[in-house]
Design a protein around this ligand. Structure first.
Ligand SMILES: [Zn+2]
Ligand SMILES: [Zn+2]
Length: 219
């Protein structure tokens, strides 16, 4: 049974080792101890400054991810209403079981709960298994944000809006002024939380718009 939850204090050393050892084994960082490997191994700081999640199967640690909120440690350059997924790792012995998928889904839930409007992440070009997870969950590439933390390390960036325009259904990332004016007159056509089409009914005194997942709005 796969369980995803917040890391316990007693798990931090093992989480740090799993993260650093996996990055080193797959060639994503050079050297097992210095530099970024030391940051990866330091799960104590991540648990203090961000949301540190684990995936556990029958009591065994099989994966971890960090969700950092904009402006805090591990997401210094992100906006306050943004969350950043970092250091997603699945134990080599547990690949192909949906562990990464479950960890990212838990991040999306937590970001939504915290009121974030977008989740972002940076990933190395060679982390193709992770790219498949992100793309299946609806993340899209944001090439203008791609960056290099150091020479020879090129990071690709992805984003997933968590909040959608009720009029046009696209991610709420600016440029929806005309949509906003239309919504002053008309009921929303898309659910702002999940982008599903709303079931709209117009009454003599107003309207209702229902998302099958998120309930009914009245206007
Ligand atoms: Zn719009
Ligand atoms: Zn909805």
């Amino acid at each position: 049974m796969l369980e995803v939850r917040t890391a316990l204090p007693t798990e931090l050393a093992a989480i740090g080792d799993l993260t650093a050892d996996t990055y080193v084994a797959e060639g994503y960082v050079n050297g097992a101890d210095g530099g970024y490997a030391a940051t990866l191994r330091d799960a104590v700081t991540r648990a203090e400054q961000a949301l540190l999640l684990v995936a556990v199967v029958d009591g065994a640690l099989v994966g971890t991810v960090t969700l950092a909120f904009g402006g805090s440690g591990f997401a210094e350059t992100a906006a306050p209403d943004e969350a950043v997924i970092r250091m997603l790792v699945t134990s080599p012995s547990a690949r192909g079981q949906g562990v990464g998928n479950a960890l990212v889904l838990a991040c999306l839930d937590a970001a939504r709960e915290a009121g974030c409007t977008v989740v972002r992440l940076s990933t190395q070009a060679t982390m193709t298994a992770a790219h498949r997870v992100y793309e299946r969950l609806g993340f899209t590439r944001t090439p203008a944000d791609d960056w290099s933390p150091e020479p020879g390390v090129d990071l690709l960036t992805y984003a997933l809006p968590l909040s959608f325009c009720g009029f046009c259904g696209r991610g709420l990332d600016g440029g929806h002024e005309a949509c906003g004016r239309a919504l002053e007159l008309d009921p929303p056509r898309y659910c702002a939380r999940c982008r599903r089409r709303m079931v709209v009914q117009v009454h003599p005194t107003g309207w209702s718009a229902r998302c099958i997942e998120h309930g009914t709005l009245e206007g």
